[in-house]
Design a protein around this ligand. Sequence first.
Ligand code: PGA
Length: 253
Amino acid sequence: MRNIVAGNWKSNKLMGEAQEWMDGMAGWLASHEGVEVMVGAPAPYLATLASAAPDGLHILAQNVSAEGHGAHTGEFTADMLKSCGVAGAIVGHSERRARFGDTDDKVKAKVQALVDEGLQAVFCCGETLEEREAGRQEEVVHAQLKAAVLELPVDALDCVVVAYEPVWAIGTGKTATSAQAQDMHAAIRGWLTESFGAEKAEGVAILYGGSCKPSNAAELFGQADINGGLIGGAALNPTDFQGVLAGHPELKG
Ligand code: PGA
């Protein structure tokens, strides 16, 4: 079983601030274990951060190209990330699905590109408020999983992390209750079990994202199928991020 807490800085921080954040995490990382710690950084800093990252911190991109090498101005590929020491990428975030054209097909190609390089694909899924109010949340999340993950070879699952992020909870201060989150995580685990078998499904970390913060992390991470979190606002400074990490039952130190 993997336990992961990943930050997602989104489009925040200048280079110096990113380096200060890493400095602020270094001592903490050296004295804690039991949870994999990752952070999704803006693309211009990835190579520098990956080469300077303290032990125990894995640097993620927040996107990757769905295309290979070629005439695709502005895109960067999974093997480029790998050549810079980047551990993987966040893909299918609802902000990208809603505003930057990340369709299910594109998300599928991005997941595939990452796992082909042996990189981590932090695959995001989640329903809108409208979909939840209509009782369609599981149907929506299963469809997102089916589109991007179902056709992967079973061993590729070792590279996949699922982040359940209800759209209505992202950056809103509204968190899913631990029961709502656990119900969905169990449904995701059930889908993974049906699709890939129990052993593989048990090995996949399923993270909760959406206004997760120091005050609610322990309650969320204490649920049976919640293996950690994908953290936006509360990952912007090391103190809050460490406060979130402190809520993980597997953290030692
Ligand atoms: P939030 O963002 O923690 O600020 O709600 C989470 C995310 O979008 O990954």
